[in-house]
Design a protein around this ligand. Structure first.
Ligand code: BJW
Length: 225
């Protein structure tokens, strides 16, 4: 298992032009979280939810990885098998920077999921809830995204990775969303050293042994190189 476990959040993609959620101009100041990021919101107004994710998919396709994504990919190449990225992000900028060991705990914009039979497939750029599922044919297509109240992906493997890490690093996340918000505590309890890199102190800064504050595109290359 990887000795360095890295949790990333929206802050690492901010300098690639993708919005964060809770900053001053964040997505949750423009959209109502309950309407676009809950199963109840999707049941009530699937069209609105698809509009939200279609726009974000377009932005993500047009964005490029920044120096922080690239530095993490470099770290993996220099320490093969020793690094794991657990990302809350639904973009694919880590993969496009060259990272291979990446787990998307909140799903991916590139994925479609059938709400009727759980079949998954690659999402087209523009999706609609009336698109038929390629497996069962039901017109119940949703983005393959983990919404509030749903179980994040890879959780069993994540608990094992956290328990075996020597170093846990958090980059660009506000520490307001569970279960990711307790990962630093979980890793520390299992014996890992913990490092936070964020634009500013987060809700969970006190859980870390070490902290560096500033833009990820500067902090992460400094740390890696
Ligand atoms: C920079 C920067 C730069 C800016 N450089 N830094 C009450 C108590 C406890 C828990 C709950 C509760 N009520 C409900 C819950 C559970 C709920 C939850 O956490 N709610 C909270 C709001 C309280 N969680 C869930 O429902 C989760 N499921 C769950 O818990 O299942 C049960 C379970 C039980 C036991 C074990 C395991 C599970 C599911 C959560 C799903 C989250 N979904 C979202 C949206 C979908 C994805 C998408 O559309 O993209 O995921 S919400 C949104 O927040 C998104 C993100 O991944 C997530 C985290 O946000 P993130 O990445 O931290 O972004 P921001 O904007 O908050 O922060 C950015 C940071 O970057 C800031 O600090 C900036 O300063 C910094 N920054 N620019 C460096 N250039």
């Amino acid at each position: 298992m990887a000795s360095i476990v890295i949790l990333t959040g929206a802050g690492i993609s901010a300098e690639s032009g993708l919005g964060t959620f809770r900053d001053k101009d964040g997505l949750w100041t423009k959209y109502e979280l309950k309407k676009v990021a809950t199963p109840e919101g999707f049941a009530r107004n699937p069209r609105l939810v698809h509009e939200f994710y279609n726009a974000r998919r377009k932005n993500a396709v047009e964005a490029s990885p920044n120096a922080a994504h690239e530095a993490l990919a470099r770290l993996e190449r220099e320490m093969p098998g020793e690094t794991l990225i657990i990302t809350q992000n639904v973009d694919d900028l880590h993969e496009r920077a060259g990272s291979k060991a990446v787990w998307h705990m909140h799903g991916q914009l590139a994925g479609a999921l059938c709400a009727a039979c759980d079949h998954r497939w690659t999402a087209p750029l523009v999706m609609s809830h009336t698109d038929p599922c390629p497996s069962c044919g039901a017109p119940s297509t949703r983005p393959d995204i983990v919404w509030f109240g749903e179980m994040p992906y890879h959780m069993e493997d994540i608990w094992v990775a956290l328990s075996e890490a020597a170093l846990f690093v958090s980059i660009g996340t506000s520490g307001t969303v569970y279960p990711a918000a307790t990962f630093a505590q979980d890793a520390a309890q299992a014996g890992a050293e913990t490092l936070e890199m964020n634009l500013e102190p987060s809700d969970v800064s006190r859980d870390f042994d070490m902290a560096r504050f500033g833009p990820a595109s500067e902090l992460v290359p400094q740390w890696v190189d």
